[in-house]
Design a protein around this ligand. Structure first.
Ligand SMILES: *[C@@H]1O[C@H](CO)[C@@H](O)[C@H](O)[C@H]1NC(C)=O
Ligand SMILES: *[C@@H]1O[C@H](CO)[C@@H](O)[C@H](O)[C@H]1NC(C)=O
Ligand SMILES: *[C@@H]1O[C@H](CO)[C@@H](O)[C@H](O)[C@H]1NC(C)=O
Ligand SMILES: *[C@@H]1O[C@H](CO)[C@@H](O)[C@H](O)[C@H]1NC(C)=O
Ligand SMILES: *[C@@H]1O[C@H](CO)[C@@H](O)[C@H](O)[C@H]1NC(C)=O
Ligand SMILES: *[C@@H]1O[C@H](CO)[C@@H](O)[C@H](O)[C@H]1NC(C)=O
Ligand SMILES: *[C@@H]1O[C@H](CO)[C@@H](O)[C@H](O)[C@H]1NC(C)=O
Length: 361
């Protein structure tokens, strides 16, 4: 099956021909690679190598710059092509200040979550207990930001409210994890057009199909690394989906029983369904599941350890995970997305990952 899957993917690659080549560019040898839909406007990339609204430029130190129409310049930390997200940071090192004025109108980018934040101007000695926004504070005043209304109310007698407004955040705040420090993290934006997720997952690279049209095509990428990763994930997904199906249809439930301790408490569920037909979730459902970016602490909540159960690779800082809301299990986004396209069950606990209850059980 693994070999078959690989042959299938190879066939996909070969059935597509590159109508044009846009080489991967970077501002300097140590900068992030830039390719479609992004384009470095001050390098030698022709306009057809980028999608409208995806211009990037370089500064003298080789840093990559993105200009948002109404919010000025940001430095680009990373572009995650397979999940279509870009990580930005503030050249002035004060992201909260930039978030206060962020306006994404007329840009192809959006954030998934907004949270209503109140910024408070407080006397210095009152606030040592709370984490201040350093770059907005000085020796006589401390600026705090909170999305917790009761906290804001309790501070209202001593602090003055600067502004209350929705602030884009990368993922929903979990209050049980203490004060959020995301205001000091990068700004993470997503784009949905052009949609190159499927192409990237196959290890290809997107581009305009021809000079004269705005249609998007999928081309082979010369770099071998990404292609192998695409193959690997696809192969593993195929293998992990079909193996249990084969085992279970032979009446051997061992594989599934071992991977699922919860199920053993439910006697009716010990015998797995001998179902070979894998029906996955649609893209919009998958996309609606929470994505998180791992911080340096690699702290994951819920029933997760620090290895992705699908590709068996350890999580590393800044990697993007997606969690299944129904059971809280998290995986590399690029691994679970492929999985969920083929199966609607969580690979770990095998509970339905679908937000709507399945009608066949
Ligand atoms: C694409 O790149 C290859 C190798 O760099 C070159 O031989 C070929 O002519 C290019 N094709 C087009 C359409 O520019
Ligand atoms: C992007 O580049 C194109 C072509 O160089 C230019 O016309 C356009 O104004 C640029 N857009 C931005 C936002 O810089
Ligand atoms: C963003 O800026 C534009 C131009 O100034 C303005 O028309 C638009 O209302 C602003 N959007 C938001 C959400 O503030
Ligand atoms: C945000 O909070 C302010 C002040 O607490 C409130 O007036 C406003 O309606 C809230 N907005 C949203 C979208 O919740
Ligand atoms: C806060 O500090 C200022 C100056 O150090 C002092 O005058 C004031 O009494 C302090 N307030 C409180 C509540 O401790
Ligand atoms: C602190 O910031 C406030 C508001 O920007 C300003 O009015 C005040 O003068 C500043 N104090 C010092 C010591 O810089
Ligand atoms: C597409 O446009 C580029 C530059 O604008 C040109 O060099 C290239 O030959 C064109 N390709 C085709 C297939 O028309």
């Amino acid at each position: 099956m693994y070999i078959l899957a690989n042959l299938f993917v190879l066939f996909l690659f070969q059935s597509r021909t590159a109508a044009q080549n846009c080489s991967v560019m970077a501002c300097s040898s140590s900068s992030i690679p830039v390719r479609f839909p992004f384009r470095l406007e001050d390098r030698w990339q022709p306009e057809s190598c980028g999608y409208p609204g995806f211009n990037l430029s370089c500064d003298d130190l080789g840093r990559t710059i993105m200009r948002l129409p109404y919010s000025g310049e940001f430095f680009v930390r990373e572009i995650n092509f397979p999940v279509q997200q870009i990580q930005l940071y503030d050249p002035g090192d004060c992201l909260p200040k930039r978030l206060l004025q962020l306006n994404l109108s007329d840009s192809p980018f959006s954030t998934t979550y907004y949270e209503n934040f109140t910024f408070l101007d407080c006397p210095v000695n009152l606030t040592s207990r709370y984490s201040a926004i350093g770059c907005l504070s000085n020796s006589t005043r401390t600026v705090l930001a909170s999305s917790d209304e009761s906290f804001v109310k309790s501070m209202a007698t001593v602090c003055s409210i600067i502004v209350s407004r929705p602030i884009p955040i990368s993922w929903p705040i979990q209050y049980d994890q203490g004060p959020p420090d995301f205001l000091n993290q990068d700004l993470q934006l997503s784009w949905f057009t052009p949609d190159c997720i499927d192409c990237e997952m196959e290890g290809g690279v997107c581009g305009f199909a021809s000079n004269s049209s705005q249609n998007i095509g999928c081309f082979r990428i010369p770099a071998k690394g990404r292609m192998r990763k695409g193959l690997l994930v696809f192969g593993i997904v195929c293998l992990t989906i079909t193996l249990p199906a084969i085992f279970s249809s032979l009446g051997i439930g061992v594989f599934i029983c071992c991977t699922d301790r919860r199920r053993s408490t439910d006697p009716a569920a010990v015998i797995p369904q001998p179902s070979i037909v894998a029906v996955g979730l649609d893209d919009s459902t998958i996309e609606s599941f929470t994505k998180i970016v791992l911080g340096e602490s690699l702290r994951l909540t819920g029933p997760n350890d620090n290895i992705c159960p699908i590709c068996l690779a350890e999580y590393r800082p800044k990697e993007i995970l997606r969690c299944i809301p129904a059971c809280g299990h998290c995986f590399h986004a690029e691994c679970i997305d492929e999985w969920l396209k083929m199966s609607s069950k969580c690979p770990v606990c095998r509970n339905s990952a679908s937000p709507v209850p399945p009608n066949d059980t």
